[in-house]
Ligand binder design. Structure first.
Ligand code: MOS
Length: 731
């Protein structure tokens, strides 16, 4: 029996998001929106230099300002056990030891936080806080310093380097990508409230409540159970919510210091410096092939920007070891530490960057050999997971390529660059692919049934806008039989069963299994109450079904009212956990996608317009086609940003960011985005988990930027190896 998506079952057909009405009516509360009695407001103050030391904080003026309660800094802070006794960082788990150092590592590093009665008072006072510094000359120029930093082996090489050196056809090119900033719509925010007996409540924007719990627990030396983290609604993340940032720690410290709740919400410019970004990168790809385009060897080198506080490697060459059947691979990486804010994971971290290099190089090779880029990719599909030698559980990258080629009309493309025109535009077609390891993690879910048959499904996992809750409702409905109108979903709360952070395309693959297990457990438990004479554990689970009215087992039916009545029950509760198992030792797991794009390039202005975007993804079973397509559309829009628009610039002299707001930093907006045509292969992966769903989010963007650059080459004959492809780089 198939429990999952069935097009004949209209109850299963895609509807809106479970949280849709709450979000569009303003009923959904984001972290900064909770009304907490007696709350105070914290505003972060950033350093005005990029390197050096604070000699003295100058807070006298600010302290006299109206409404000010206290000003935290390294000169005035509560005891934090995790920071005390910590010597000079470099490799601590917490990033910046906020208020526990007088050192300045980057411009706009938080050096103080004003706590005041109102947000206006706090902002005004924050503008008066100054510091006396001992200034050093900052290192801020990635391109310059990258040249001085040596590469290190990643220790995952296979085969021989000679395979590349002796290949009859070779590409050897360098590629760069600018820093990109996540900038979800919702600002990062925390409300910290201490309660008696060392208990702490945090309303916090993040992608994983249990992670926040454990970081705060070890920093402040209080048990995780004492910390209640609530992130019921999250207005986007893209990776910025995967770690705990200084403003959250500052809120907890301030609440301890002033003995009142403290609310901190970052400003938009602070979103550029205080919650990470995709690090600027350099890559060199050496790709060798025979005359038929069969890859013989690859050498992939990469460097990414990192901060002075904590090393961050983006893992740029990881994808190269996975994506094709390369027998000979050498990968080398390095981080380049500068006086810049801390980078972190962003939108398909590492692989999105690495694929720009590799997928561009393949296009260059195909052009040189006059081979079709789709054929060459099909010829080089990895026959098994090359790094482990394990057979693929499922890998339908070939079908993604074939279907995408069909949908965009690839066979009509003229491979000669600059040969196709529509009006004032040159047009071009490009292809690139992406792959991402399909993970899953140990995850819990509970179901609580009330007398009226309404069930509430809960997990600690957050839904950052990806449709997790909606997918959970699909699973609970298809497994139990209870109509969706009677299934409530609650997420993002550390009081609910433990779950991993939502990120790395693991959400649905993880939580669907827990909801599946809890749904089965609920059926058995209700059956046990309904027919105490039968052993519920031995009944065939497929013979049991629940509806809005009651339970059916073969020909017997019992209404919920009777079951609850005769057993004297208020509710029926189950909680189940599910995680990866032996299958991980037997198979390799991957999700993949093919991106087929058509661009138009204005002949006179060089304006590049995305004309068509076809994205075909293999993410196993698609639990909710509408939410899944939404996710890929969002990722594709992110791909346009990466390929054409997004670029965080820095003033090398001061280390300050340039254009650090939504006017100065350009995202793809609706006018930049064509109708993105999304298709799924949709074949369940039989081994990954009971739902057959593999991860999806990342592959919507991995491969997007090179598909754009390759299409621009086809349109114009100009190969752009440095993205975004802004007019000045290109025309
Ligand atoms: Mo992400 S970078 O999968 O939040």
């Amino acid at each position: 029996m198939s429990y999952f998506f069935d097009s004949k079952n209209t109850e299963q057909m895609p509807k809106g998001r479970v949280e849709g009405i709450a979000k569009v009516t303003g009923k959904a509360k984001y972290s900064a929106e909770y009304d907490i009695p007696d709350v105070t407001y914290g505003v972060m103050v950033g350093s005005t230099i990029a390197s050096g030391r604070i000699l003295k904080m100058q807070i006298e003026e600010a302290m006299k300002a109206p409404g000010v309660i206290d000003i935290l800094s390294h000169e005035n802070k509560p005891y934090v056990s995790g920071f005390s006794g910590m010597k000079e960082m470099p490799d601590n788990r917490f990033g910046l030891p906020i208020f526990y150092t007088d050192k300045v590592y980057y411009n706009d590093q938080p050096i103080a936080m004003v706590v005041a009665e109102t947000i206006e008072d706090a902002m005004f006072a924050a503008s008066l806080v100054k510091a006396e510094y001992e200034e050093a000359i900052p290192e801020t120029d990635f391109a310059k310093k990258a040249k001085e930093v040596s590469l290190k082996e990643t220790e995952n090489d296979r085969g021989s380097v000679g395979a590349w050196e002796n290949a009859p056809y070779k590409v050897d090119q360098e590629y760069t990508i600018a820093t990109e900033v996540h900038n979800p719509m919702e600002m990062h925010a925390t409300i910290a409230q201490w309660k008696p007996n060392d208990k702490l409540v945090l309303y916090d924007k993040n992608q994983g409540v249990n992670r926040v719990q454990s970081v705060i627990s070890s920093l402040f030396d209080i048990p995780t159970d004492n910390i209640h983290v609530i992130s019921e609604f999250v207005g986007g993340g893209f990776g910025s919510g995967l770690r705990v940032w200084p403003h959250t720690i500052a809120a907890v410290m301030a609440a301890q210091q002033v003995k009142r709740p403290v609310k901190v919400m970052l400003t938009r410019p602070q979103m550029f410096t205080m919650v990470g970004y995709r690090p600027e990168s350099w890559q060199r790809v050496k790709l060798g092939a025979d005359k038929d385009g069969k890859f013989l060897g690859v050498i992939h080198q990469a460097k990414n920007i990192s901060s002075k506080i904590q090393g961050f490697s983006d893992g740029i060459t990881r994808v190269t070891r996975k994506i094709y059947g390369f027998k000979n691979v050498k990968t080398e990486e390095a981080i380049v530490d500068l006086n810049v804010p801390m980078p972190t994971w962003n939108r398909g971290p590492g692989d999105t960057t690495g694929c720009f290099g590799v997928e561009s190089a393949i296009d260059e090779l195909c052009h040189e050999l006059k081979l079709d880029p789709v054929d060459v990719r099909l010829k080089n599909i990895a026959p098994y997971e090359m790094e482990t030698g394990l057979p693929w559980s499922t890998n339908y990258l070939n079908e993604c390529l074939e279907k995408g080629a069909e949908l965009i009309g690839w066979k009509n493309r003229n491979p000669v660059p600059g040969s196709q025109k529509e009006g004032d535009y040159k047009i071009g077609y490009g292809v690139a692919v992406g792959m991402w390891g399909s993970g899953r993690s140990y995850t819990g879910a509970s179901i609580d049934m009330q007398k009226d048959g309404v069930i509430t499904v809960r997990t600690a996992m957050t839904d950052i806008g990806t449709g997790t809750g909606t997918g959970m409702q699909n699973v609970a409905h298809t497994v139990t039989g209870i109509p969706k109108s009677k299934i409530k979903i609650e997420l993002g709360n550390s009081d609910f069963p433990k779950a991993p952070s939502q990120g790395g395309s693991r959400g649905m693959a993880s939580v669907s299994s827990a909801v599946y297990a809890a749904s089965l457990a609920l059926k058995r438990k209700v059956a046990g109450y309904a027919w105490p004479d039968k052993d519920a554990n031995t009944l065939n689970i497929d013979d049991i079904s629940l509806s809005d009215k009651g339970i059916t087992y073969k020909d017997s039916f019992l209404p919920y009212a009777d079951i609850f009545g005769k057993n004297n029950l208020n509710d029926i509760k189950v909680e189940e956990f599910a995680g990866p198992g032996e299958e991980r030792k037997k198979y390799g797991f991957c999700s993949s996608a093919a991106h087929f794009y058509k661009v138009k390039v204005h002949e006179k202005t060089g304006k590049i317009k995305m004309d068509r975007m076809v994205i075909v993804a293999d993410a196993g079973r698609i639990i909710n086609p509408k939410a899944a397509a939404n996710q890929v559309i969002g990722a594709g829009a992110g791909g346009i940003g990466m390929g054409l628009l997004e670029e965080q610039l820095i003033d090398f002299k001061t280390g300050r960011l340039i254009g650090n707001d939504l006017a100065g930093y350009h995202f793809a907006v609706n006018a930049d985005v064509p109708l993105i045509e999304v298709s799924f292969i949709g074949k369940p992966d039989p081994n990954i988990n009971p739902s057959g769903a593999k991860g999806l989010g990342e592959v919507g963007i991995i491969g997007a930027a090179p598909a754009i650059a390759n299409a621009v080459f086809n349109a114009t004959g100009k190969r752009v190896r440095d993205i975004p492809i802004t007019v000045e780089r290109f025309f």
